[in-house]
Structures are given as structure tokens and as C-alpha cells.
Design a protein around this ligand. Structure first.
Ligand SMILES: [Fe+2]
Ligand SMILES: [Fe+2]
Length: 369
């Protein structure tokens, strides 16, 4: 009588693995490896940011500006706008606490977030000074207003770290555009005749300094968003579209006189739907590798239409929705910058951040021919 074949433990594992093998080319980078690549990218980016980017922006809300010479006779709309910016930046404790809870396990993101919060706190205090020195409001009014603002609590518009990363890309860019355009008015270069008399070197200085901070924030979140797009293309492209479709500026629903702020921003042409689409959505989307929202959405739809028989084909079809050659080059450049930073103190010899290529991109290139 023939013995049944003896199956060693190793063989049984092999058989089990064989039976579970997917019927398409395996994804060479596991989810855990993708998370690790994103995490290391964020950590390197944070280190680079604090060493290089932040050191050049070491200003103080009290001492950097010539507050004694801040104009008190601005137009009502410019006063209103400065008060509105002050109001939005009042929720910095909420901006920090809420998101920090969500990303506390990520070294790079959570530590960056605290640093970011310390910069946003300076913005709140800078606008506080502008309102105080603007002469339109009493000290008591300012205290009461602040108390009323902080009686409300800002809530996260999305509750997953990836969506929030994309949200901050667009929000930081929008904030930067607001400050840049206020800066134009303060330089006496308003395109609207009624505000040509709002020239004010102190306000121009303040707007310039703060716009540079917002540009740095925008760049940080942009690099982070590219990491997500690179390693988690499906989820990230969809998150990006969600944000663009449903974007609104923070705290607009809890600031009592937000409608007046919006109207003043429109009248002065500092910010409105036109600036939002032209200078925020279009610019940020381009920096994220997108050629217009419709093209991205068409790309998502087409990728869903790819048949499932070959899982790899479906996975890689999403790469047609954005300029993935550029996204890959940008991620590589980021890691190159991080490496230069690491070489400055010898970390390159111990634990360098390596560029981990996403093999799905190679598969997509091969399919593309
Ligand atoms: Fe800010
Ligand atoms: Fe910011």
C-alpha cells in the first residue's frame, strides 16, 4: 500500500501560499512598505524644513514691524479684512489640537504640525497687533471679540490624515494668495481705484512676511501630498478631488461677521471665486501634476472602467489621471534634498532616507509602451 505523500510543514505553507496567490502580477511594494516610504519622506521633509526653511523666517510679531507707524485711517474694507484675518488665525489652538490627535503616531507629521502651529500662532499675534494699532477698535472690543471667537470651536473638515494633507495644500495656497493681494493694496497697487489710498508700508511689510510663511507651509504640504499621490495613487487622487470639490476656508462657519469679510475681499478683489480657481485650484493642481479638474476626473473614471481580470492594469490605469512622470521626479528631488541635509550631520552613514520607487509606475510605463 502506498503511503500518502508526507507533507512537511514547509511544503504545506508553500501549498497554502500557492493557493492564495493572486491571479495578477503581485504588487511589489506592500502597503506597509508604502506607509514606511511616506513616513520616512515626511520625517526627512520635516527635518529639512526646520533646518533650512524655517531658519530664514525667524521674525517676531511685535518687534519685526514698525507698529507705531501703522496707519489708522485705512478704508473700512481694509480694516474689516485685517480683522477677518485676525479672526481666522484665532483658531490656531483648534487647528493644532484636532489634527495632532489624528497624526500623533507619525513622527514627521506630528512634529512638523507643532512647528507649523508655532508659526500660525505668530500669525495670530501679528494680526492682533495690526487690529490693535489700527485704531478702529478699542482694547475692550478686541478682548470681547477674541473671547467670542474662541467661544466657538473649529472642527476638522475631514477625519483622515490623507484628506487633511490635501486640504492644507489648498488652504495654505489660498491664504498665501489672500496675503499677497492684501500686500498689493498696502503697496498702493490695488487694481480698484477706491483702495489706492490704502498704501501702508507697515501693512505691506506684514503681508509680505506672512505670505512667505504661507508659501513655505504650502510647499511642505505639497511635498507631502505628492508622497501620498506617489505611493497611494488611487486613494490620494480621489482624496484630492474630494478636497477640490468641497473646499471652503477654515472657520468661515463660526466667525460671526464672516459674510462682511467675504464681501470686503470681493470688493477689494483680494479674494473671491475668480482668485480661488485661477490662483489656488489651478496652480495647486498643476503643482500636483494635474491638468485641470475635469481631466483628473476623466482619468479616475477611465481607470474604473479598466476590467478587473488583470488587477495590475486597473491599479496602473490611475496613473493616466495625473502627470506621474513629474510626480516621480518631484519625489526623487525631495529625497535628494533630504539626503543633502542628512549628509550635513552624518545621518547619511547611519540611516539615510532612500528613494523607494513605486514598481506600479514602471508597470504603467511598460503598458503605455
Ligand atoms: Fe497663517
Ligand atoms: Fe499657514
Amino acid at each position: 500500500m502506498e503511503h500518502p505523500p508526507i507533507i512537511t510543514p514547509e511544503e504545506s505553507i508553500l501549498q497554502e501560499l500557492e493557493s492564495q496567490r493572486p491571479n495578477h502580477a503581485p504588487t511589489l511594494l506592500s502597503r506597509a512598505e508604502r506607509h514606511l516610504a511616506v513616513e520616512r519622506g515626511f520625517l526627512g521633509l520635516y527635518r529639512w524644513y526646520t533646518a533650512r526653511s524655517q531658519e530664514t523666517r525667524n521674525w517676531h510679531p511685535d518687534l519685526t514691524f514698525d507698529w507705531r507707524n501703522y496707519r489708522q485711517d485705512h478704508s473700512d474694507d481694509i480694516h474689516q479684512i485685517v480683522e477677518g484675518f485676525f479672526a481666522v488665525e484665532q483658531y490656531v489652538p483648534d487647528y493644532v489640537i484636532t489634527l495632532l490627535r489624528l497624526i500623533r503616531r507619525s513622527h514627521g507629521r506630528s512634529h512638523f504640525h507643532m512647528r507649523w502651529g508655532s508659526e500660525e500662532e505668530k500669525h495670530a499675534d501679528m494680526w492682533h497687533n495690526a487690529v490693535q494699532f489700527g485704531g478702529r477698535r478699542s482694547r475692550e472690543w478686541l478682548e470681547d471679540y477674541m473671547f467670542a471667537l474662541r467661544g466657538q470651536e473649529w472642527k476638522l473638515p475631514w477625519d483622515d490624515p490623507m484628506h487633511i494633507c490635501f486640504y492644507t495644500v489648498f488652504q495654505e495656497r489660498a491664504t498665501q494668495v489672500n496675503y499677497l493681494n492684501l500686500g498689493l493694496v498696502a503697496k498702493g497697487e490695488s487694481p480698484v481705484e477706491a483702495y489706492k489710498n490704502d498704501e501702508d508700508p507697515v501693512l505691506a511689510h506684514a503681508a509680505r512676511v506672512i505670505a512667505i510663511d504661507e508659501a513655505a507651509h504650502y510647499n511642505f504640504f505639497l511635498e507631502g501630498a505628492r508622497l501620498f499621490l506617489y505611493y497611494f495613487p488611487d486613494e490620494a487622487v480621489n482624496a484630492m478631488v474630494d478636497i477640490i470639490r468641497h473646499f471652503s476656508m477654515p472657520a468661515g462657519d463660526i466667525i460671526p461677521d464672516y459674510a462682511q469679510l467675504t464681501e470686503a475681499l470681493h470688493r477689494t478683489t483680494i479674494f473671491g471665486p475668480r482668485q480661488h480657481y485661477r490662483d489656488v485650484v489651478k496652480v495647486a493642481l498643476k503643482n500636483l501634476g494635474g491638468d485641470g479638474l475635469k481631466a483628473v476626473e476623466d482619468g479616475i473614471r477611465r481607470s474604473r472602467e479598466v476590467p478587473m481580470e488583470d488587477g495590475q492594469m486597473r491599479t496602473t490605469a490611475i496613473f493616466d489621471s495625473l502627470d506621474y512622470d513629474t510626480i516621480e521626479a518631484k519625489v526623487q528631488q525631495l529625497i535628494g534634498r533630504v539626503n543633502q541635509h542628512e549628509a550635513k550631520f552624518g545621518l547619511d552613514k547611519i540611516a539615510p532616507t532612500e528613494f523607494v520607487p513605486n514598481p506600479d509606475i514602471e508597470a504603467w510605463r511598460n503598458q503605455r509602451g
